[in-house]
Each structure stands twice: as C-alpha cells, then as structure tokens.
Write a protein that binds this ligand. Structure first.
Ligand code: TYD
Length: 212
C-alpha cells in the first residue's frame, strides 16, 4: 500500500446509506493498516459543528439561500484547514461524508444559486483541495426522502430543514448528482445504493482499493 494522503468523499441523497458505507470503508482501511480521519459535512471540528447546528436548525426557516451557502462554506473552510489538509499532509486517508459536490447539487442546482457561484466559493474555502475519489451512493429520490423523514421523526432534536424541502427539490438534486458524475467520470463513481449493504460495501472496496 502507498502511504500518501488520499481524500475520498461520499455523496448521495439524504437517507442513501452513504454514512454506513463510509464507516465500513474506514474499518477496512484501518484493518489494512492505514490511518483514517473520518469527517462529515457540515461539521468536523468543533467550530464547524457549531456552524452545522445553525444551518440545520429546523427553527431557522428565515435563513436566506446566500446566508446558508456561506455557512456551508464557512464550516468547510474550518474543516479543510483544521482537519482535512493536515491529515493529508501526514499521509492519512481522509473520508468525508459530503463535501463541495453537495453544495453544487443542493445549493447550486436545488436552490438555484448557480454552479459558478459554488465553484467561486470553493476556490476561496478549499483553495484547490479536491477529492481524489468520490463515491456517489445512488438511490431514487422518493424512497431516500421517505427514509430521511422517518429517521428524523424518531429523533428528539430533528434536523429537518432540508428534509422539509419539496419532492421537486430532491428530484433536481438527484439529477444534478448524475450530471456531475457524467462530467467527471474519473473522480465520481456511482454505486447502486439499492443493493444489499454487504454488496455495496464490496463495490465500494473494489473502487477504492486500487487508490490506497
Ligand atoms: P445530514 O444530517 O448530515 O444528512 P445526511 O446524512 O443526508 O448527509 O444533513 C446534511 C444536510 O445538509 C443534507 O440534507 C444535505 C445538506 N447539505 C447541503 O445542502 N449542502 C452542503 O454543502 C452540505 C455539506 C450538506
């Protein structure tokens, strides 16, 4: 195994099962002797997690789209500077549950802010840091939204702001993910999220193993 840093992100609709898959990949990589940093956006280090609480608070119904996207990138900038870049420089594998692709599809396309705006913000916040590999766990928008809503209904402090968006919003996000994957087939690998968990885990490993 090479010991250079590698940055792998997981993307997909809410409730796609990507978080489970990311943790399984982390276990496999650790078993193979790699040091792994796991992070999730919005979030990561404490300052980024504090920003997350503002973004996802169901009470913040008046948040403007521009304020929202700037908060996502504020959280990301902190995560990149405090956790991600240092870990890559130490030669670790960094796994992130969501990254800039989420902002492209949810804010750029879903909210209609435009992809160019998102890429401008990415240049400021990430300064050229791009995932080496992105696993897109693909599920249809209807069942994924149902799963995400059911999960939130069971939580004492649900983070429902985005799950409350319309089905049309989620369909636009889904189509945008496919467009991204078609534009960058070398980086973004689509994995069928409807398969049994073990099969998905194996597919993810087949994609990742040559890179680590
Ligand atoms: P989270 O509870 O982490 O959900 P999931 O398990 O589906 O990732 O909530 C993250 C929410 O934030 C999710 O609905 C997607 C959204 N999001 C954006 O809209 N833009 C972004 O840049 C990021 C990172 C997340």
């Amino acid at each position: 195994m090479k010991q250079s840093g590698i940055f792998i992100t997981f993307e997909g609709m809410d409730g796609s099962g990507k978080t489970t898959q990311m943790h399984r990949l982390a276990d496999r990589l650790r078993a193979a002797g790699r040091t792994v940093l796991v992070t999730a956006e919005p979030g990561g280090p404490p300052i980024a997690r504090a920003i997350r609480r503002i973004i996802l608070d169901a009470a913040n119904t008046e948040m403007s789209s521009v304020a929202e996207v700037l908060l996502y990138f504020a959280s990301r900038a902190q995560n990149v500077d405090q956790w991600i870049r240092p870990a890559l420089e130490r030669g670790e594998v960094v796994l992130s549950d969501r990254f800039t692709d989420s902002s492209v599809v949810y804010q750029g396309v879903g909210r209609g802010l435009g992809v160019a705006t998102i890429l401008d913000l990415d240049r400021i916040a990430c300064r050229g840091l791009k995932p080496d590999l992105t696993i897109l766990v693909d599920v249809d928008p209807e069942p994924s939204l149902a799963r995400a809503r059911a999960r939130n209904a069971a939580e004492p402090h649900p983070e429902t702001r985005l799950d409350d968006e319309s089905m049309d919003f989620h369909r636009r996000v889904h189509a945008a993910y496919h467009a991204l994957a078609a534009a960058e087939p070398g980086r973004i690998k689509i994995i069928d999220g409807r398969a049994p968990i073990e099969d998905i885990e194996r597919s993810v490993w087949e994609v990742v193993a040559p890179h680590v």
